[in-house]
Design a protein. Structure first.
Length: 249
C-alpha cells in the first residue's frame, strides 16, 4: 500500500490530474470532517484498516491517535497544529473549488472498498453533495456510514443476506429501473426517478435479497447494523464503468 507516482486519468469533469493516487489491496476507511464517535471510527477501522482522510477529517484522526496514510482536500478545515502532526509527504492539497473534499479524496483512492464516515448527519447540503459524489464515482465501491444508516451507490447487481423485516430503502438520483427478489414490495417494472418515483421504507422477506439495476444512479439505504453483510456484498459486486455506464467487473 502507499502513494503511487501513478496519476489518475481524466475520468470526466472536475478531475485535476495533479495528485498522486493512494493504492492498497486492503479496505480503506475514509474519514471526513463531520462529527465522528470514537466507537464508529474503531468500527470502520476493524473492517477497513487503511486510514485516509479528507481535509478536516485528518484532525479527527490525529485526535483519536491515528496518523492517516494520506490526506486529500483544499485543507481549509485542517488546523495548523493538526497538520504539523502529519508527515508532509502524506498531505495532498487540491485547491480547486469545483468539487467537495469527499470527491477529492474518493477519486484518488484505489482500493477494494472504501468505508466513509464523518460525511453525514451534519449539514444537509454537504450530505447531499456526498451522495452526488457516490453517483459520480460509480466505479468505486464505497459505503457511507452514518449514525443510524449506511448508504451505497447500487452496483449493477447487489446480493445481500439480510434478516426478515430489515428496512431497505431505494432512492434514485436519475432514471433507473430494476428487478428484485426477496423484498416485500418488488421493484420489477417500476420507473424510478427522484421527482416521480422513489422506493423508501421497503422491507426484506428474510434471506437472500437480489437487486439488479439497468443503470447507475440508485442509492441503497440500510440500517448500519448490517455493515458486515453490505461490505461483503459490495466487495463481491461488479461496478459501473464511468466511461460507458455499463456493468464492469
Amino acid at each position: 500500500m502507499g502513494i503511487s507516482k501513478e496519476i489518475l486519468p481524466n475520468m470526466g469533469n472536475n478531475v485535476p490530474p495533479h495528485a498522486p493516487l493512494f493504492h492498497t489491496k486492503r479496505a480503506v476507511t475514509l474519514l471526513g470532517g463531520g462529527a465522528v464517535a470514537r466507537a464508529d471510527l474503531d468500527l470502520a477501522l476493524a473492517f477497513a484498516p487503511d486510514l485516509v482522510a479528507a481535509d478536516g477529517g485528518a484532525g479527527h484522526a490525529v485526535a483519536a491517535g491515528h496518523l492517516p496514510l494520506a490526506v486529500y482536500g483544499d485543507m481549509d478545515s485542517l488546523s495548523a497544529e493538526m497538520r504539523a502532526a502529519i508527515p508532509p509527504e502524506r498531505i495532498h492539497v487540491l485547491a480547486e473549488q469545483d468539487s467537495t473534499d469527499f470527491d477529492k479524496a474518493l477519486r484518488h483512492i484505489q482500493a477494494p472498498i472504501v468505508i466513509a464516515l464523518g460525511f453525514s448527519g451534519d449539514r444537509v447540503d454537504h450530505e447531499l453533495a456526498v451522495y452526488h459524489g457516490l453517483a459520480m464515482r460509480a466505479d468505486v465501491r464505497c459505503i457511507v456510514l452514518g449514525a443510524h444508516d449506511l448508504v451505497v451507490h447500487a452496483p449493477p447487481r447487489l446480493v445481500l443476506d439480510l434478516p426478515a423485516q430489515t428496512r431497505l430503502s431505494l432512492f434514485p438520483l436519475g432514471d433507473v429501473t430494476g428487478q428484485s427478489a426477496g423484498l416485500v414490495w418488488p421493484i420489477d417494472g417500476l420507473a424510478f426517478h427522484p421527482a416521480r418515483k422513489i422506493g423508501t421504507s421497503n422491507m426484506t422477506r428474510g434471506g437472500v435479497v437480489d437487486l439488479r439495476f439497468d443503470a447507475p444512479g440508485m442509492l441503497v439505504i440500510l440500517p448500519r447494523d448490517h455493515l458486515a453483510a453490505v461490505a461483503q456484498a459490495m466487495r463481491e459486486a461488479s461496478v459501473w464503468s464511468r466511461a460507458t455506464g455499463a456493468a464492469w467487473v
